[in-house]
Design a protein around this ligand. Structure first.
Ligand code: CA
Length: 231
């Protein structure tokens, strides 16, 4: 089961296809865009765990978009790896100065790229290793399908597990029922929106056993948000 969603922004078809194949083999979920404009549309309904961003793109370039994303509160926490044919040390420094989390020079080996991606995901803080997802004192193991709050193992069913996993990896932002349906159940599943409410209630009940129910907040008229900050 894939755990992380990567957004690949690359205008060259051959490189884009290669990246998709390699990254899917490593169980990443992949979204692709050929331009910054297309990538921005994707960000409107999906927050990827990491962006692989080509430097040389038509119109808005990768370095320019990095600067924009890193100055935007909604997106600054998404790690960015810049891909570039430029091997110049000065460009590398510039990319990192702009806030990119790492920098990979083309041509790169798939193995190197994957290990850089994993390193950046680990450094991003939420992830200790690729099977552990952590938010405050809640930790979730995607291999064992287990969840701990503090040092207590909790009982959780598969749907609530997926919902919690989504919230732990996408905290502090409001999601509509439609977005939760798409992201947790998948776009191809037909489920009524009120089913989301049912599972939210169940998850909240589980969290209530550990005095964490206030972290799963209803934002009236919009949807739900997971945060330790109280409104
Ligand atoms: Ca390019």
């Amino acid at each position: 089961m894939s755990q992380f969603t990567l957004l690949v922004v690359e205008d060259e078809e051959a490189i884009r296809s290669m990246l998709v194949i390699v990254l899917q083999q490593h169980n990443f979920n992949i979204l692709t865009a050929v331009s910054v404009a297309e990538a921005q549309l994707i960000l409107e309904d999906t927050l990827p765990d990491l962006i692989l961003l080509d430097w040389m793109l038509p119109k808005v370039t990768g370095d320019e978009w990095t600067r924009q994303l890193k100055s935007d509160e909604s997106f600054r926490d998404i790690p960015i790896i810049l891909l570039t044919a430029k091997g110049e040390e000065s460009d590398k420094i510039r990319g990192l100065d702009l806030g990119a989390d790492d920098y990979v020079t083309k041509p790169f080996s798939p193995k190197e790229l994957v290990s850089r991606i994993k390193a950046v995901l680990r450094r991003s803080g939420k992830i200790h290793d690729l099977t552990q997802i952590k938010f405050q004192d809640i930790s979730l193991n995607t291999e064992q399908h287990s969840v701990k709050i503090g040092d207590k193992e909790i009982e959780i069913s598969p749907t609530e597990f997926r919902l919690l996993k989504f919230f732990l990896t996408h905290p502090n932002k409001v999601y509509t029922r439609t977005q939760l349906l798409d992201q947790v159940w998948g776009r191809s599943t037909y489920i009524e929106e009120r089913t989301v409410d049912v599972h939210i209630r169940r998850l909240r009940k589980i969290l209530a056993g550990y005095q964490r129910e206030s972290w799963l907040q209803t934002v009236r008229g919009f949807g739900y948000r997971f945060t330790e900050k109280q409104p």
